[in-house]
Design a protein around this ligand. Structure first.
Ligand code: AMP
Length: 306
């Protein structure tokens, strides 16, 4: 595996690969890698020939009171994991390589980035869009692989890619979880033992909502209430939001007659965790509205694997 820290050698290496007819697949990360990231790398290997992983803790997507400075960083360990998982290129730029100056350009998918996490993290998704678009220009991948764990991020980037004609296909891989259900996250390392014990109950609460939808509940409000009730019982957890939303518009639907995203965010102490599930109504309820929104969905929908 080649480790590259600058734009010029990255471009020339990938230009040569493309000239040789190889397909480039790209997995952007912030490092502190875990099995969730590595599953995306393995997925990437099935989608192309040259697997590029980036590790870049993007200052632009952290708010002033967030954990940019203390975000875990261990490039040597991460590089060993990536080598084992079969990545070919690790792009790990310094901040100055990506931002020689504070950028004046902004890239935002405003109505989507104001929802869910965006309502509590102003500027976060604009920072994500900026860095991902920049990385897409540097890497020029045929395929971009991202995780369903960050569902809102995937929806926003799918829309950005579609609207800006980026010649890259987005593939979204399923959320990898601990055996007890907790979604893997680099931030799980911050949890105290007691909070780590309680944290799987977030996923359990999401499944309460999904079970209701599967059983024929048609009200987003009642579904949300059931999830919120379950979350209120989780010791040490402060809920930021729990929402039942359309998978593309991220708006609350009037009725649950198509698959929806149930998403949450909240804190154990100062550690912010997010999670989500896709909940599907019983087949019969869906049939009548199957064509609703199909055209808009095709434009911005990533290839989903969940
Ligand atoms: P991050 O390093 O947190 O920016 O994440 C990099 C990529 O890994 C994003 O596309 C995330 O959605 C994805 N990812 C993070 N955690 C998981 C997980 N538990 N399962 C699947 N993908 C994940």
């Amino acid at each position: 595996m080649k480790i590259v820290r600058r734009e010029a050698p990255l471009r020339s290496h990938l230009r040569a690969a493309r000239r040789a007819g190889q397909r480039v697949v790209f997995v952007p990360t912030m490092g502190a890698l875990h099995e969730g990231h590595l599953a995306l790398v393995r997925r990437a290997r099935r989608l192309g020939d040259v697997i590029v992983v980036s590790i870049f803790v993007n200052p632009l997507q952290f708010g002033p009171s967030e954990d940019f400075a203390r975000y875990p960083r261990d490039l040597v360990h991460d590089a060993a994991l990536l080598r084992n998982a079969g990545a070919h290129v690790l792009f790990a730029p310094e901040v100055a390589e990506i931002y020689p100056e504070p950028p004046l350009t902004s890239v935002d998918v405003a109505p989507l980035s104001a929802r869910l996490c965006g309502a509590f993290r102003p500027g976060h998704f604009a920072g994500v869009c900026f860095v991902v678009l920049k990385l897409l220009h540097l890497v020029g991948p045929d395929v971009l692989v991202m995780g369903q764990k960050d569902a809102q991020q995937a929806v926003i980037l799918a829309r950005m890619i579609a609207e800006l004609n980026v010649p890259t296909r987005l593939v979204v891989g399923p959320t990898v979880r601990e055996p007890d259900g907790l979604a893997l996250s680099s931030r799980n390392a911050y949890l105290s033992a007691a909070d780590r014990g309680a944290a799987p109950r977030l996923y359990a609460a999401l499944r309460v909502g999904a079970a209701r939808v599967a059983a024929g509940e048609t009200s987003p409000a009642r579904t949300r209430q059931a999830v919120v009730r379950a979350l209120r019982e989780v010791p040490g957890f402060t809920l930021q939001y729990a929402e039942v939303v359309d998978r593309l518009t991220l708006q609350t639907p009037r009725r649950l007659d198509a698959p929806v995203l149930i998403a949450l965010a909240g804190f154990f102490d100062s550690t912010r965790l997010i999670d989500n599930v896709v909940a599907s109504p019983p087949r019969a309820a869906r049939a009548g509205s199957a064509s609703a929104g199909r055209r808009t969905r095709a434009a911005a929908s990533p290839r989903r694997t969940v």
